[in-house]
Design a protein around this ligand. Structure first.
Ligand code: KIV
Ligand code: NA
Length: 268
């Protein structure tokens, strides 16, 4: 089992082979997600919600992210896992300056991340270029960007109006030109995500963004039916009919691969 590298993922994108990503926060689940066939594990700042009990991702610290990234990387190493690890730069750890973003990225990369993810459009392009030129692969994140929830006025679909869709396409293009390799598209119309995928070099990863992205991501707890609050429309619980957690995660990976997930009912 060869390790998944950025080249593996670029090749999959070129071959239109869907990439299966799951969020992951600890060593045991890292081993199980890897065994289930997920190519990419995202140590998401969604851990603020699902592990820490916050109602937003805003309180998550860089130390929190480094701790969970190290747990995931260790879990993979212990089982000879092959998954590629991405870690979220949390709120406040990269917006001040590109130097601050680099310092924060070093912390996550030395903890075991192979790529960092940051939220935001055109205004992040300089930072993205700065990081990429210094050896830090970057995943961008557009659409619903949870760190901006108070600016956006809630967790709702983005890029819905013609104007917002055009803005998102411009942002995606600028981030692509700046050197971002990957981009999460969250809660945007399926046809807009398809347009970004067709018109950029980015490896697009959708969450509530339709089936025509290069890959899909869901929060691990959502895949396993563990949502204490209300369930967003783009989530599918893979536990019903599964024998155990490994089987449920394998079914998620299989559904991403054969494009049966997401279905029209998960889209905007
Ligand atoms: O933090 C997270 O889990 C994320 C994914 C939902 C993309 O950013
Ligand atoms: Na996140």
């Amino acid at each position: 089992r060869r390790p998944v590298t950025l080249n593996t993922l670029l090749r999959m994108r070129a071959n239109r082979e869907p990439i299966a990503m799951l969020t992951c926060y600890d060593s045991t689940f890292a081993a199980v997600c890897d065994a289930a066939g997920a190519e990419v594990l995202l140590v998401g700042d969604s851990l603020g919600n699902v592990l820490q009990g916050h109602d937003t991702t805003l309180p998550v610290s860089l130390d929190d992210m480094a701790y969970h990234t190290a747990c995931v990387a260790r879990g993979l190493a212990n089982v000879g896992g092959r998954a590629f690890v991405i870690a979220d730069l949390p709120f406040g750890s990269y917006q001040e300056s590109r130097e601050q973003a680099m310092r924060s990225s070093v912390k996550l990369m030395t903890a075991g991340a192979q790529m960092v993810k940051l939220e935001g459009g055109a205004h992040m392009a300089d930072t993205v270029r700065f990081l990429v030129e210094r050896g830090v692969p970057v995943c961008a994140h557009l659409g619903l960007t949870p760190q901006s929830v108070h600016q956006l006025g809630g967790y709702r679909a983005q890029g819905v109006t013609d104007e917002a869709a055009a803005q998102l396409l411009r942002d995606a293009d600028l981030l692509d030109q700046a050197g971002a390799t990957m981009m999460v598209l969250e809660m945007v119309p399926a046809r807009l995500a398809a347009e970004v995928t067709a018109n950029t070099r980015l490896i697009t990863i959708g969450i509530g963004a339709g089936v025509e992205c290069s890959g899909q991501v869901l929060v691990l707890h959502d895949v396993l039916g563990l949502f204490p609050g209300r369930r967003p429309r783009f989530v599918r619980n893979f536990m019903p009919g599964a024998d155990d957690v490994h089987d449920a995660l394998s079914r998620y990976v299989a559904a991403v691969k054969d494009r049966s997930f997401p279905g029209p009912e998960h889209c905007y």
